[in-house]
Design a protein around this ligand. Structure first.
Ligand code: G3P
Length: 216
């Protein structure tokens, strides 16, 4: 399973990379806006830090301009994956960008048939937003299970990139249902490695070791 970090903040991306837990990055217009920096500058910096796909979303709402934006984003770096929303215009743009050999992650997916439509249009990735389904009392993992099963049924190469992950439990469920990738906020990455019994066990090991007065 691949871990992407869901962040546009280079410093936290750099730290998570140092932990060996980052295979790529996803951004979205809200995360970019939060940086207060020019979009292209942020993307170029992220491309310097991470040896993997860097997802950058178009902001136009009609296909022709989405394609223009997608081409501009893709020209920044070979690592750039263009994100298009799952709208009719987004599907049209996805087909056009794929025909130009530009990898597309179709985002804001909330149903299995949306994911199927994106795969049929050549998407390299689909991003089901599980946290936002949980927010309205629906089971985001039922959706992920359905998408994984449908893609297996028809041998789609499209990868399921679980997004809107809010907790380690979300990541666990994503791994259990066989999602290819999960994109994780830095706070979730931090929580993955922490366990109180690990801290207690290590403290006791070192306490006993220190009594020996030895050094390695
Ligand atoms: O970046 C896409 C997705 O991960 C957004 O997550 O928490 O804003 O629903 P969230």
């Amino acid at each position: 399973m691949k871990f992407f970090i869901d962040s546009a903040e280079p410093e936290e991306v750099r730290e998570a990379c140092d932990w060996g837990l980052v295979d790529g990055v996803t951004t979205n217009p809200s995360l970019i806006a939060k940086t207060g920096r020019p979009y292209a500058d942020v993307l170029r910096e992220l491309c310097q830090i991470v040896d993997g796909p860097i997802n950058a979303e178009v902001v136009a709402e009609e296909a022709a301009t989405m394609v223009e934006e997608g081409q501009k984003l893709a020209q920044l770096d070979p690592k750039i994956v263009v994100k298009c929303p799952l709208t009719v215009e987004g599907l049209k743009a996805t087909r056009a960008l794929c025909r130009r050999s530009i990898a597309v992650n179709v985002t804001l997916i909330f149903s299995p048939l949306q994911a199927l439509a994106a795969a049929k249009c050549g998407a390299a990735y689909v991003s089901p937003f599980i946290g936002r389904l949980d927010d309205i009392g629906q089971d985001g993992f039922c959706l992920v299970e359905q998408i994984v099963k449908i893609f297996k049924n028809y041998s789609f190469a499209t990868q399921v990139l679980v997004a809107s992950v809010r907790s380690p439990h979300h990541l666990l469920r994503a791994a259990e249902v066989g999602a290819h990738i999960a994109t994780l906020p830095f706070n979730v990455i931090k929580q993955i490695v922490k366990h109180p019994l690990t801290d207690i066990g290590l403290k006791n090991f070192l306490c006993d070791w220190n009594k020996t007065k030895q050094h390695i």
